[in-house]
Design a protein around this ligand. Sequence first.
Ligand SMILES: NC(=O)c1ccc[n+]([C@@H]2O[C@H](COP(=O)([O-])OP(=O)(O)OC[C@H]3O[C@@H](n4cnc5c(N)ncnc54)[C@H](O)[C@@H]3O)[C@@H](O)[C@H]2O)c1
Length: 282
Amino acid sequence: MEIKIVSIIGGGTMGNGITHIFAMKGFYVNLVEMSEQLFNHAYTIITENLNRQVKKLIITETEKNTILKRINKVISIDNIPANSDVVIEAIYENKEAKIAIFKKINQLVKQDSIFASNTSSISITELAASCRPDRFIGMHFMNPVPIMKLVEIVRGYSTSDQTFTTVKELSQKLDKVPVEVSDYPGFISNRILIPMINEAIFALMEGLSCKEDIDTVMKLGMNHPMGPLTLADFIGLDICLAIMEVLYNGYNDSKYRPCPLLKKMVAAGKLGRKSGEGFYKY
Ligand SMILES: NC(=O)c1ccc[n+]([C@@H]2O[C@H](COP(=O)([O-])OP(=O)(O)OC[C@H]3O[C@@H](n4cnc5c(N)ncnc54)[C@H](O)[C@@H]3O)[C@@H](O)[C@H]2O)c1
């Protein structure tokens, strides 16, 4: 199946990045947002990011304008074009809200199109069951999307081989490196990354060392570009906690218990960069 028209639902952090890369690779992209204002905000961010690429001589001014022309404004999922070959959902991380969207668009979009979710932690199998299980898949892009090469392609219980192959080839056309993953809590990326961050928070809570030294060990000892506590602030402590809870509940295994210090900081509103303070002040 040849993919030409892609619809992205949600133009937030991930959705605007996903729109950017598809438009850059020549696809026509319908960016679906809830209001004109939210669409304009997403479009402005995409324009600014493209301007940065012009400055770095990655693209020309003319190419930038061509890329922007491939992005079509759609306000409300009620108006999603029926001829979308692929729909990628990138709204906030809430299972009920995502299911409501998939149920709705299942009635509006042609039957042979593929639905994908960019969820970081919700079961692909559960989302798929609400609409078209064989033509449903997880496309887990990394932040920032235009820069990060990985996309985890998450197969739900009923995802067909044809759907998988189409989405794998599509990811390669975007110059991404797809990795096939089975649908289990946290997929691969968050199952490994978030418990590591959680362990670093335990180390801090138990007084093994100060936050700067814990970060230094992982930066200089393991060659990580960022220490785990700095990274937790970047991701958002509330997101880290939510993912630990998904792992804990999903595997019923105490090794995934969220660190009490992480819970306490989230309760105190110390969420990292986005709240101005986490392990560090911003
Ligand atoms: N932020 C990350 O680092 C990251 C990384 C990988 C995956 N994810 C996943 O990607 C998804 C999106 O995360 P995000 O950080 O971009 O969220 P975000 O809050 O930045 O953006 C969500 C966007 O969805 C829009 N939206 C909500 N309901 C809508 C609707 N009914 N119709 C159209 N638009 C709607 C909102 O207006 C908002 O712009 C989540 O599932 C998240 O778990 C996030």
